[in-house]
Design a protein around this ligand. Structure first.
Ligand code: CP
Ligand code: NVA
Length: 306
């Protein structure tokens, strides 16, 4: 029996070595899957998937992944569960974790996943909160490793909003030992405490050109995240000049890669030409790797919590 249940609420719930292990497993199992190998350690296991925000990639990758691992998944929308009618998170956690083997949650405030995990007897995975999106980082790191090898010592540039993805890149910089330069308009910087904690490798700038100089890996995301739809117009004005396009990428290293967690808004944070340029943009591999990385994560958390 394990003495504790392992959760994945931020990337920092894994050590650097554990993260490396999960990424290696994701890459190896992806290859094996493509060669037709069946790997079903989760026979009779069930994943509960709680969604309080929309999703395409996250829902499909977790659901397909669980099926491939021999288990099954239940989609729980806040629109038709008691959680959406005000049943306390702590009660929902105790009930669901008596019935399923892993829980995945996509929600608003980060403390919802923390409270849920505190009361859950099975692993809880953060599938996006207002503050962090660590599952996406697993896929992004896997994608970088597959295309270019280890990210250690590389220069990564984040352009745009200091949002949940940006903050997850700050944690990734620490765990993967890369330099992170963030360029955002005034008023849209990531959490200053998180930046301060990682000041040895994270820099916040205001000029995208300066930030992208000699970068190996360039990333952006939408200007208005889920829950900020009413700020869209205002943000479009303030983020002018923060589009990642071929001109900006020409400042980066020659073999620099472009990533975006998707969905993308062409003509806003990224140009249509750049996202479609498969010499630079690896967004489709990145999206596919959600499947492989999360399968490896679920197997790891489950093994560790046994
Ligand atoms: N990147 C990502 O999490 O996509 P979805 O919102 O479609 O799940
Ligand atoms: N920052 C975006 C990511 C979507 C996957 C959002 O929170 O809406």
């Amino acid at each position: 029996m394990a003495n504790r249940t392992r959760h994945f609420l931020t990337l920092l719930d894994l050590s650097a070595d554990e993260l490396k292990h999960v990424i290696e497993q994701a890459i190896a199992r992806k290859k094996a899957l493509k060669q037709g190998e069946i790997f079903e350690p989760f026979k009779n296991k069930v994943l509960g998937m709680v969604f309080e925000k929309s999703s395409t990639r996250t829902r499909v990758s977790f659901e397909a992944g669980m099926t491939q691992l021999g288990g099954s998944a239940i989609f729980l929308s806040s629109r038709d569960t008691q959680l959406g009618r005000g049943e306390p998170v702590e009660d929902s956690a105790r009930v669901l974790s008596r019935m399923v083997d892993i829980v995945m949650i996509r929600t608003f405030a980060h403390n919802i996943v923390e409270r849920f995990a505190q009361y859950s007897s099975v692993p809880v995975i953060n599938a996006l909160t207002d503050d962090f999106h660590p599952c996406q980082l697993l896929a992004d790191i896997q994608t970088y490793v597959e295309h270019r090898g280890s990210p250690a010592g590389k220069v990564v540039t984040w352009i745009g909003d200091g949002n949940n993805m940006c903050q997850s890149y700050i944690n990734a910089a620490r765990l993967c030992d890369f330099e992170l330069r963030i360029a955002c308009p005034e008023g849209y910087a990531p959490n200053p405490e998180l930046v301060k904690l990682n000041a040895d490798r994270v820099q916040v700038l205001s000029d995208p050109k300066q930030a992208v100089k000699n970068a190996d890996w360039v990333v952006t995301d939408v200007w208005a995240s889920m829950g900020q739809e009413q700020e869209q117009k205002q943000r479009e004005k303030q983020f002018g000049g923060f589009q990642v396009n071929h001109e900006l990428m020409s400042e980066a290293n020659k073999d620099a890669l472009f990533m975006h967690c998707l969905p993308a808004h062409r003509g806003e944070e990224v140009s249509a030409e750049l996202i479609e340029d498969e010499q630079i943009s690896v967004v489709w591999d990145e999206a596919e790797n959600r499947l492989h990385a999360q399968k490896a994560l679920m197997v790891f958390l489950h093994e560790q919590s046994r």
